[in-house]
Design a protein around this ligand. Structure first.
Ligand code: AP5
Ligand code: MG
Length: 219
């Protein structure tokens, strides 16, 4: 049976950082809705332009286009053993669509690590984040600095600051998270798949806590 992990947490909680690490450890693809939208934007596709009109304000991209995009991504052959989802689902409608999609693929949401971090810390993390242009590797100028400022340790590409990491947009993203995404915590808790992870620890310690609760792949 395929294995599906859904990373849940506020903007800046560390979903992307941890999803990259655990997807490598589990040998599952990292499926990040935000990264896919940013890739579309880089390639100047219609979807990229549409998504940017929401992302730049810190609002959610409409459910219908987001769901269709993830459905297509999870249907690809590299996801046949499962995926680590990061940033999707983000609304109750997306969570229902995901359950239906995974059912069609012979699977289900197996575990939902919910990475908890205080709001003040989220703002510090996002305003100091630097992201790699080529592959979305994530750094922080203080908490996880690259070896050479402005250059990705992993692929040598340029590091940039996301336009939605500007302080005013960050505040709106957190508000949108509280209103539209936080209800998923109760939803997945009631389904019995939610696991709370203390995100206010070192990156390595958070990874260790995550690996301790993740299911073995392919069983
Ligand atoms: P998305 O790209 O998903 O952004 P987000 O959810 O706001 O989350 P972030 O990527 O900002 O944070 P993260 O939790 O991944 O943290 P990270 O690991 O980078 O979405 C962007 C936009 O796209 C949305 O606003 C929306 O418009 C649209 N969108 C995406 N999905 C959508 C959907 N499903 N529906 C509708 N619209 C959608 O870490 C942050 C920083 O902290 C980094 O600098 C990192 O180095 C540092 N850090 C990480 N862990 C630690 C630690 N333990 N200690 C210290 N520093 C740490
Ligand atoms: Mg992210």
């Amino acid at each position: 049976m395929p294995t599906y992990v859904v990373m849940l947490g506020a903007p800046g909680a560390g979903k992307g950082t941890q999803a990259k690490l655990i997807s490598e450890r589990l040998g599952l693809p990292h499926v990040s809705s935000g990264d896919i939208f940013r890739e579309h934007l880089k390639n100047k596709t219609e979807l990229g332009k549409l998504a940017d009109s929401f992302m730049s304000k810190g609002e959610l991209v409409p459910d219908d286009v987001t769901i269709a995009m993830i459905r297509e991504r999870l249907g690809r052959s590299d996801c046949s053993t499962g995926a680590v989802l990061d940033g999707f689902p983000r609304t109750p409608a997306q969570a229902s669509a995901l359950a239906e999609m995974l059912g069609g693929l012979g699977g289900k949401v197996d575990v939902v690590p919910f990475i908890k971090v205080e709001e003040q810390e989220l703002v510090r993390r996002l305003t100091g984040r630097w992201t790699c242009r080529a592959n979305g590797h994530i750094f922080h100028e203080t908490f996880n600095p690259p070896r050479q400022a402005g250059v990705c340790d992993h692929d040598g590409s340029e590091l940039y600051q996301r336009s939605d990491d500007e302080a005013e947009t960050v505040v709106n993203r957190i508000r949108v998270y509280v209103e539209q995404t936080a209800p998923l915590v109760a939803f997945y808790r009631e389904s019995g798949v939610l696991v709370e992870i203390n995100g206010a620890q070192s990156i390595d310690q958070v990874t260790a806590d995550l690996l301790a609760v993740l299911p073995p792949v392919g069983e």
